[in-house]
Each structure stands twice: as structure tokens, then as C-alpha cells.
Design a protein around this ligand. Sequence first.
Ligand SMILES: [Zn+2]
Length: 502
Amino acid sequence: MSAVEEGGQLPHRIELLVRHAYVITVDEAGRIFADGAIAIDRGRIVAVGDDAAIAARYQAARTIDAHGAPAHPGFVECHLHASFQTFRGALPDQLRETDAFDTFESVFFNTVTDEEEYLAVLLASMEMIRNGTTCFLEAGTVLAPAEAARAAERVGIRAVISDAFIWDQPQGMAQGMMGGAADPACPGCQAAARAHPVLRRAPRTREEALARMGGELHRNADADALVTGHIAILGLGTASETLMMEAKARADAAGVVLNLHQSYSPADTDADRRRFGGKDPLVHLAEVGFLDGNVTFGHANHLTDAECDAIVEHGPSLAWAPAASMMWGHGGSIHGRHAELWRRGANIALGSDSANWSNDFDLWRQANLAVLSARDSHGDRTYLIAEDGLQMATSAGARAAGMADRIGSIEVGKRADIVIHTLNRPEMIPTTNMIRNLFYSSRSKSVHTVIVDGKVVMDEGRLMGLDEAEALAEINKAAMAMLARMGKTIEPNQVARPGRQV
Ligand SMILES: [Zn+2]
């Protein structure tokens, strides 16, 4: 990263100066400036250091006084279905996951309009900025990616987007079931797969998938673009090995990440194992050259020892989505290897997944669940500490999103994506230890001002790109109308139990 400091007479004129912040840089050295300042100009960080030294060198068009509150790099959300927000909360707790795919998500994708996707991503983007997330890696399910880009740009959040549903099986959410005919271990797989609804706007053939793949990469021609493109395939056994290898080749050629779901539940992991001749999925993918530093796997809840070794050796990223596993009882917090892999040096980022898998797009919550569940499952208070969670949500996230050269830490030359908290919250008092107060106590509650690409997108709690109340009312109306068009009535939670009726 080259310094962008200008020569000539002092003080330098810059656009924005953050003063008197407790600056948690999350740089390689883990530097913290207890009374720190960050100088920002033309979207980039031009200096960071002790307040008195920085203030003497720079004169800013605008100065933000943090009054001693913490500032840290914006969080990077690495597994997010950004358009599901319009049916948040619609799935009752008794719904089985296969039914959720078939009776809710599939119906949603066959109903949603481009404008509704725009509103859903607008809602997700507003929510993320409020919670201190400044960049998201979309999981490859927004049918109209240009609408996602338009929504992100309006709110001012950075987004890394792709084409939707890159797969070469014709049958919707039939995870890992289409290899069945040639698979003696699963004679009923294809018949079961055919029972799943078809997504009308998703590719039906490999040719269609290949024609769409990489459709958002054109955005990367502008090195300063807020919304950039990557390659995503849906994964979970929905892509043939041929399609997977072509996706990898295109990601390599474009210098972007390849993002896919992998080993989410025992079912899709077993299906992959069957189609890879009985080998552990990631062991097989390492052997064929797929497992690499530019691949980001969403979830990866079910891994063997051999797969963990392959991850450490080949360097892919995992986007750990603890709430999504807990929500549906997949055991990721009990059997998952994310924390162990992190301790071994693997790159572990964090993801919120989607509206009915964790319901809130708040990476603070994921970081907290990750750290605390790892301690619980390993019976060790020090297995992960708060700083691990902060790194996963920032620098590790930036790497998993293919953005490590631009974001993820507060360093000279990087894009200025910065979250400033307030101490004017009960949870932040007393000011004993900023990181512990932030991580265990306040989390996103104290997020006060958010800067993305050098621009203030939330100013002392107020979103700048839109009238929030007006937007929320419009989105709510559109979402409820869409649910009605989907033919959905919202059911209460109801589970029969011996001895207690809830
Ligand atoms: Zn997902």
C-alpha cells in the first residue's frame, strides 16, 4: 500500500478528518491509537495516528469529533442473500427446511419483481449500514443484480455482486440430488429432485449458466467502483464439476473470488461425497485444483480432518454463518471446525446468510456467536477472544470478498470504510476496555457514524442517502403485497410437545 500523502506546505487540505477516536486499526501489527485521528481524502485514508500529530498536519473541509469513542474498519459481510429481506419473519419455527426451500423461497423467486428486489436490497443495505457493515459479498441469488447495485449505491454501501443461480441442474433447490441416475448409492435422488419446484428465471442448462456467468465483472473496469463483480455459483451440489471448474477458471482470469455454498448440512455434504466417488468433498476439490486462495465457501459446517488439512494447505476462505446453523439446528456451533481452522491460520470470515436463517443482518451478532459458541463447544474461555471476532469481521472478511487490497483495516492507502461509535450509550460505560465493551456489551447498538469510500453515509444515526422512514413504509407495503401475491398467510409459531403447549 503506497502512501498517498501529498508533498508541499503543511497543513494539507483534505476532505474529512476524524479526531479523538479510539482507533482500532486491525492492521497487521494490530495497532491501536487511544487518542487517534484518521485523515481522509478522495475516498482514501491518507493518514492515521495520534490525534495531535495528525491534527497538526491536516486541515479538513469537515471534522468529526468522536469524543473518545472507538472507530474501526467497516465490517465485511461475506455470505448474504441480499434480496430475502422482504419475507423476513414469514417462516414459522415449525417449518421444515426442505419446505422452506420449496414452499417459500422457490415461490418467492417465481414471484418477486425487479422493483421488489431493489426494495429488498435497499432494506438490507440500510440495516447493514446501521449495524456497522460497510461491504457485502452477495451469495449469488439476486435475480436482477443491477437492482442490487442500484440499491447499494443509493444507501452508499460497498457491494460485491454476481449473477444468480449459476448451476446446471434444472431443478430448483434440489441440493446435490441431480447426480442420481448414475449413482447406485442414491437411486431415488433424481425422482426426489424432480419433486422440487423449478425456478423460472434460473438457468436450466449448463449453456445458459455459462452464458450468464461473470455478467457483473464489467463493473471492475472502474477501479473506484463502489459496486464490483465476482463469480458465484450456488453450490450445494447444484453444479457439475465441469461448471465448477469453468467458474474457477473465470474467477482466476478476472482476479476475483469464486463464492459458493458448501457442506452446509449433512445431506448436501453426503450428496457431494457420493458424486465425488466417496471422497470428502474438499479433498476431491483440492485434488482437481479447485481449492484455492480465491475461493470462498459459505457455511462449511461439516468438515473432516482431511478437509481441514486441505483448507490450511490450499488457503480458501470460509464464511462462517453461526446463526444460520443454529437457527435450523445444523450443529455448526457443535461440530463445526471454523474456530479450530482460524487458530491454525485459515481465513475465516463471517456471514449472516439470509432473512429467515439469521433474520438480522448484523455482523456483530455473528462475531459474538462465533466467539462464544467456540468457547462453549471447546470448553475453553480463551479458544477465541474478542479480537478474533473483530478480525474475522474486518480483515478476514475483506480477504474472503477479494477486497483485501482496498478495505478491511484502517491503513494509509486503503479506502476509507470506517465505523465510529458513540460513548453516549449505557452499554459503553464505564470506559474500562473499549474492545471488551464493544464486543461483549454494545456491539452495533453504539454505531453512530459510518463512512464508506470516504463519504459519510450515516451521520450521527441518520442515513444520508434517503428518507429512512419513507423508505421503510414503502418497503413494508411492497413486501406485504408481495407475500399476498405469493399466497402466503403468516402463521404463528406452534409446536406440539408432551407436557407443554407453546
Ligand atoms: Zn446461503
